[in-house]
Design a protein. Structure first.
Lengths: 957, 157
């Protein structure tokens, strides 16, 4: 079995296009100007010994092991900090430098444990370097002053520090530490948190988290960058300490957020030993966050259901059955329902957590097997307005850039997104650029971390009232047009001029002026003006936005308002600019691309388009319905009305994640056959009749598409614990329904996607194997994919400006519900928490809290940590309060990671006018002191407990 | 995180405000606080970090690097004795023993009655007058038994 080893060049690559030629150990080497000698040597295949350098952080020159000699120069310079120069003659292996290296290594080893367990396991560079430099003996012994022994000759060693085991995922053992500061620099340069430092000086120098605090109590966000950087065993994954070193590895893609980080899954047999971020991963460039790096334990959690189960009524206990019985049962029930209530009485929901191949199969099952278009996806409830808005204005339903683009941005405008919590790896890349001097504008009701965090400070924060995005965005446009900041040449060449003129006239109307918008949004007019000027004139300006834009009654309008701004200022079509939705889930882009919506076939082609239908009709051998099917909320409505009776839900917990929980519960309860295909008995499964056990991303091959349209490979590292990978289970279900599906491997599904979808025409597993990943469109015109879109022209031809009139949501505050609730995420938890709650991540976030401003809290007699009742006209729930001035007076905020909280009991059915994306981000609420769970929470908990009972099948003997 | 004592915060706020917009403000702020309070209380580090938009780890790293920044208030007098080579060669070791016993404290300690803090330094730049010491900022050269006794009397006064 193979192990993916990546070359460490020692120092980061130089971006210069000028090259320099030098000689290293007699070899001619040509490298970009600014490259270090260490890196140049490695490029020529020569490894210079080192301890304090790696190619993720800037050279530091502290370990002195990488000394070399340069002809004509005095001394022995460190090769990591010495840049190349034309004609240099470098020697890396002279007797002189070898003697120095041995001497240095001898000193290091005199204060490094002889029995270092990491050295023994091969997880510590010290042993390897000692061998490399030819160290034979340690003349000084280890008895002098040292950091190794807790006590010596009966006296306690004042230099000895106990290991810090506070972090659930990694251990810090100071006795093995050589204070090379790689961890400190990784935390600063790569992660951007600055949680680590070197305390003291000289022999007393030690690595300290925070102000000499346990890691868990420090500013550390547990991204793992320090552990990855540590050359010794001082910082090690606890899983490696426990399981030993991995034996084989393969590259795969994280299944959490829409950043889509590439990881090396390092394995021992079928057991994951650790997940290590992959440097060649183009989304993450070798970085990770606490979720992808460490929170994979859910994959083997005891709560996983591994056998199919069925039951008559949702009040019955579950009965374990064979796959054959379960599938036959579903097929029989679905066919019965269709016979009894009509072809349209059943539908399916695809998952943004599953692979493209799996999603494609579910929509194919619905269209080919169910004979209708009743297929929808959870993207409905997050980024459907992005699809609609960007398709209308630009012609594609996706972000315009790759993540690397942020390295070229001069101004970043962040709207309704909280990347440090929800897209942490991208946030780190963005922070790096901001530290280099790019300016930041934040438009968010809440003071998110990026507004002010060590070494990053937003130039402007526009803390708008929830629900007023469109007003503020149009006011920005007003300033750009009225102050003559439009890039007219760009607009004339690239956009529809008539539409632009119409739009310009619209934005200039007095109700769109910053002064008028100040009244509705609460953002000072001067701040709006200043932000608009910075965005329009600050150089390359890039917009990144999240669900704070889309999950509104005017979500689609806001997306178009964003697109208008980018077009008006010419910030489209090159690196460093663009409009970038930060996608929430690993494959939400892919699930949309794969035709998961009731009105669209794969590649965003409308179902009414005959030519497109013909392509599928030909290979699927059926007549497709030309009418769009039902959306999720329509399915639930129809269920309540009695015309929709059966549903196949793959990998989504609609009960917890969709708005107005009680309505969802009512809809599901009215159905006759609810099939849930998931890893766990999720909340939706409480209303299910059939449960099909799902598979994790570790158990299957496939692809995910991240927020930058990047198609990343997911690779199987273990057999599905429940026998079938999800694509296989769907295929078995299709067969049970009489369809002749014979996919042997997901690559064959991708071949079908490529053969039928123009934007994917060039995609194949072979290509992905060769290139690592590609960004769609990938076809004849762009055989290796498209990092930046709309370069020479918009996909739709000319960019289209759209009027974006602000219409206040119907969800208004009043005397009964005077506060506005908005919702979000936290770093360590993910979505409804089904996975992260089943990992040690709960040490950081054990419950959802309601953030409330001190003013509003005091008015209500609420203290920090008190139980409060949160009520809207949809329902009420209880949770504990967190009094903070991160939210403005009048605004409260919570997360929805825990099922006990059920924040979505409170959210309403208001939705985006164009796409029905729910208005999660604005709910009028009241908050009052409380002393316990609400009646709904109690009833629900009782029902949940009852409906999770399982009667285990007796062995058949 | 512990919350800073409001009294201490109000004492350091003017110092932070005085320097925060200057270039390289951290050391002047720490110096100012040490001058004002006689030490740099641990709980002000997050306050400084917040004002300068640094992490508290960074501020801690700087404070811990400089031996002159105290975590706790010093005694009424501070005696620094040079322990570097020149002074050692001129009988510094004996003087060090003598002073420790006269004052009843070891290096790095403050007397129980708060009269004096004894510290080691490595070179006062007074090698020509070894062994040397510095009492409350004033240097004293050519230390001997007698001068040591005098110092002890002075700090006990």
């Amino acid at each position: 079995m193979c192990f993916v080893n990546e070359i460490d060049y020692g120092t980061p690559a130089s971006r210069s296009d000028k090259t320099v030629t030098l000689t290293i150990d007699g070899k001619d080497v040509t490298v970009p100007e600014g490259t270090s000698i260490m890196r140049a040597a490695r490029m020529a295949g020569i490894e210079v010994p080192k301890l304090c350098a790696n190619d993720m952080v800037k050279a530091f020159g502290s370990c002195r092991l990488c000394l070399v000699e340069i002809e004509g120069r005095a001394g022995t310079p460190a090769s990591c900090t010495t840049p190349v120069a034309e004609g240099l003659k470098v020697s890396t292996q002279t007797e002189r430098v070898q003697a120095i290296r041995r001497g240095i290594m001898e000193l290091y080893m005199s204060d490094h444990p002889e029995d270092c367990p990491a050295c023994a396991a091969g997880d510590c560079e010290m042993a390897r370097m000692a061998e490399t430099v030819g160290l034979k003996e340690i003349r000084y012994g280890r008895e002098g002053e040292n950091h190794i022994w807790p006590a010596h000759d009966g006296a306690a060693n004042p230099h000895f520090l106990e290991p810090d085991l506070s972090n659930p995922y990694f251990a810090y053992d100071p006795s093995q530490c050589i204070v090379c500061s790689l961890c400190v620099r990784a935390c600063e340069e790569v992660q951007g948190t600055f949680a680590l430092t070197v305390e003291g000086r000289g022999f007393e120098s030690r690595i300290s988290a925070g102000m000499n605090e346990p890691f868990l109590e420090s500013e550390c966000v547990s991204c793992g960058a320090c552990v990855q950087a540590c050359p010794t065993g001082a910082l090690r994954e606890k899983s490696v300490i426990e399981l030993g070193m991995p034996e084989w590895s393969t590259v795969t893609t994280c299944a959490y957020c829409g950043v889509g980080c590439s990881f090396k899954a390092e394995m021992k047999g079928e057991q994951v030993v650790r997940m290590v971020p992959y440097k060649e991963g183009k989304a993450n460039r070798g970085h990770s966050c606490v979720k992808g790096r460490f929170a994979y334990g859910y994959a083997t959690h005891k709560d996983r259901i591994l056998n199919p189960m069925i039951r008559e009524k949702i009040t019955d206990p579950w009965r374990e059955v064979t796959w054959e019985e379960a599938l036959a049962h579903v097929a029989k029930e679905f066919r019965r329902i269709q016979y009894q209530y009509g072809r349209g009485a059943i539908g399916g929901i695809t998952s943004s957590r599953c692979t493209n191949e799996e999603t494609y199969l579910v929509q194919k099952l619905v269209r080919q097997g169910f004979g209708n278009n009743n297929v929808d996806t959870c993207a409905r409830v997050c980024h459907s307005p992005t699809g609609y808005g960007l398709k209308t204005t630009f012609g594609t339903s996706a972000g315009t850039q790759d993540f690397d683009s942020v390295e070229h941005a001069d101004v970043v405008m962040l709207i309704g997104a909280n990347p440090t919590d929800a897209h942490p790896v991208f946030a780190s890349r963005m922070k790096k650029r901001l530290r280099e001097g790019a300016k930041l504008i934040v438009i968010d009701p809440r003071r998110i971390d990026l507004v002010r965090t060590p070494h990053v400070e937003a130039a402007y924060h526009l803390p708008l009232r929830p629900g007023t995005n469109v007003a503020v965005l149009t006011a920005l446009a007003h300033v750009i047009v009225s102050e003559g900041l439009v890039d007219e040449a760009f607009v004339r060449e690239r956009c529809e001029w008539d539409a632009f003129e119409d739009w310009a006239e619209f934005v200039l109307q007095p109700e769109n002026s910053p002064e008028a918008v100040e009244k509705v949004s609460g953002v000072p007019a001067e701040t709006i003006r200043a932000a608009a000027r910075l965005y329009a004139t600050g150089g390359n300006a890039a917009i990144y936005y999240g669900l704070g834009v889309t999950e509104h009654s005017q979500g689609s309008t806001a997306v178009m308002a964003i697109a208008n701004l980018a077009m008006a200022t010419g910030n489209i079509g090159r690196p460093g600019v663009g409009v970038n939705p930060l996608r929430g889930q690993n494959n939400v882009q892919g699930s949309c691309d794969m035709g998961s919506f009731p009105h669209e076939l794969p590649g965003y082609r409308h179902i009414s388009d005959e030519a497109t239908r013909a392509i599928y009709e030909k290979i699927w051998g059926v007549k497709l319905d030309e009418e769009p099917g039902l959306r999720i909320n329509n399915m639930l409505d129809a269920a309540v009305e009695g015309s929709f009776k059966g549903i196949y839900i793959q990998g989504e917990d609609i009960l917890q994640s969709d708005p107005n929980t009680r309505h969802v519960a009512e809809g599901l309860a009215a159905m006759e056959c609810v099939v849930v295909h998931d890893l766990f008995l999720n909340e939706t499964a409480n209303y299910a009749h059939v449960f099909l056990p799902g598979s994790t991303f570790l158990e299957k091959d496939g692809t995910f598409i991240n927020a930058e349209r990047r198609i990343n490979r997911v690779r199987k590292v273990m057999e599905p614990k429940s026998r079938y990978a999800d694509w296989e289970a769907t295929q078995e279900l299709a067969r049970a329904l009489g369809l002749n599906w014979n996919y042997k491997h997901p690559s064959e599904i991708m071949d079908e996607i490529a053969a039928t979808t123009p934007t994917f025409a060039g995609v194949s597993y072979d290509l992905l194997e060769r290139e690592g990943s590609v960004q769609w469109p990938c076809n004849e015109k762009a055989p290796l994919g498209t990092p930046v879109m709309h370069v020479d022209g918009f996909v739709r031809g000319k960019g289209k400006f759209v009027r974006t009139a602000y219409v206040a949501t119907d969800e208004k505050t009043g005397p009964r519900f005077p506060l506005l609730l908005t919702t979000g995420r936290i770093l360590t938890q993910y979505n409804v928490g089904a996975q992260t709650r089943r990992t040690d991540n709960v040490v950081w976030h054990a419950e959802d809290r309601l953030e409330i401003h001190p003013f509003d809290a005091e008015n209500r007699g609420i203290r920090d940590g008190d139980w409060v009742k949160l009520a809207s006209r949809a329902g009420e729930t209880t949770l504990r309060a967190k009094v903070t001035n991160r939210v403005a007076p009048g605004v409260v905020y919570t997360t929805f990671h825990h099922p006990d909280t059920q924040a979505n009991v409170v959210t309403t059915e208001y939705a985006d006018w164009a796409t029905s994306c729910p208005e999660y981000k604005v709910t009028a609420v009241q908050v009052s002191p409380s002393n316990g769970p609400t009646e709904w929470q109690r009833d629900y908990r009782e029902h949940a407990q009852k409906s999770r009972r399982v009667v285990h099948a007796e062995p058949a003997e | 995180m512990q919350h800073a004592d409001t009294e201490i915060v109000s004492a350091v706020t003017p110092i932070i405000e005085r320097w925060r917009h200057e270039e390289g403000p951290l050391l002047p702020i720490l110096n100012g606080i040490q001058r004002e309070l006689g030490y740099v209380p641990r709980e002000v580090l997050p306050v400084i970090a917040d004002a300068l938009n640094l992490s508290r780890a960074e501020v801690y790293g700087v404070v811990s690097f400089y031996h002159d920044y105290r975590e706790k208030p010093a005694g009424r007098h501070v005696l620094k004795l040079c322990r570097a080579e020149a002074c050692q060669s001129m009988g510094g070791e004996a003087i060090a023993e003598r002073l420790q016993s006269l004052l009843g404290v070891k290096f790095g300690e403050t007397a129980a009655d708060g009269s004096v803090t004894l510290e080691e330094v490595y070179c006062l730049g007074l090698c020509a007058c070894s062994p040397a010491a510095m009492l409350d900022g004033e240097v004293i050269g050519r230390l001997d038994e007698e001068k040591a006794a005098e110092i002890a009397r002075e700090v006990r006064a």
